[in-house]
Design a protein around this ligand. Structure first.
Ligand code: 3PY
Ligand code: MG
Length: 254
């Protein structure tokens, strides 16, 4: 965990934090991405084959260079505790669709009295060497980000956002589009309208919001509309696009 890290920076009015999604198994790719200058990394434990052990090895490579947040596989104490105990700077919880889902995410993410996170002695706690220090700082310095990515969540947004302990909202345009019967049509007017609604309800409450975009221009759009953090593309897409562009030049099919 990094002091003045992700959670603190979300609360400030700084430049948006630019991250990318890590899904590939391997420590080298996170090392390369740190050297690119990203502000943070989004380790995807929901839609990848990365294990919690892989995630820990990646955190050990990143060290204190930049914050790393894990998108957990599911909104369960087991998933959330494991990601925080290995030293993630926060968790991104998918499919938070109701007040009950939001309360469950807070309960698992925050130590008492704010929640009921169970106490372990892991990498986050310096394997015991920073135990008391970590307990004292964790609730403030580890970010709980809930994903709003279903039409049900949009309908229930007011009762989700009022749950104390949520640090930010991450909009998932793709699942949102699917839940609206418009799978993948993230620029469809109805999906755009739902996203506008999410942003304006967050803005009204001073709740930071961010979004995923396949491309820089999708992320720029989010930033123009107040996103404080974005996730641009995935490690695999960056590898594919970079390699393919060079290949196309040499093959003459630019
Ligand atoms: C979505 O668009 O559904 C996402 O979860 C992006 O990460
Ligand atoms: Mg999603």
């Amino acid at each position: 965990m990094i002091s003045d890290g992700f959670a603190d920076r979300l609360r400030l009015d700084g430049t948006p934090l630019i991250g990318t999604l890590v899904s590939m198994d391997g420590r080298d790719s996170v090392d390369v991405l740190c050297r690119c200058g990203f502000d943070w990394l989004f380790l995807d434990l929901e839609h990848s084959s990365l294990s919690i052990g892989d995630a820990k090895a990646m955190l050990q490579v990143v060290g204190d260079r930049i914050p790393v947040l894990a998108r957990v596989a599911a909104n369960t104490p087991t998933d959330i505790h494991a990601a925080l105990d290995i030293g993630c700077d926060g968790v991104i919880v998918p499919l938070v669709n109701s007040n009950a889902d939001a309360k469950a995410a807070v309960k698992a993410s925050k130590y008492p009295p704010d929640g009921a996170r169970s106490v372990g002695i892991g990498r986050a706690h310096g394997y015991g060497s920073k135990f008391n220090e970590y307990l004292a700082r964790a609730n403030r310095e580890t970010a709980l980000i809930v994903q709003i990515e279903h039409r049900e969540a949009v309908d229930n947004l007011g009762e989700i956002l009022c749950v104390k302990g949520i640090d930010a909202v991450f909009i998932g345009p793709y699942d949102l589009s699917g839940s609206m019967g418009l799978l993948g049509q993230v620029t469809h007017e109805a999906v755009r309208a739902a996203i506008r609604q999410i942003r304006s309800q967050c803005d009204a409450l001073g709740m930071p919001h961010g979004s995923f975009g396949m491309t820089a221009s999708a992320c720029e759009e989010a930033v123009r509309h107040g996103a404080k953090f974005v996730v641009v593309g995935t490690d695999a897409m960056h590898l594919y696009n970079g390699a393919k562009a060079q290949l196309n030049v040499l093959r003459g099919d630019r």
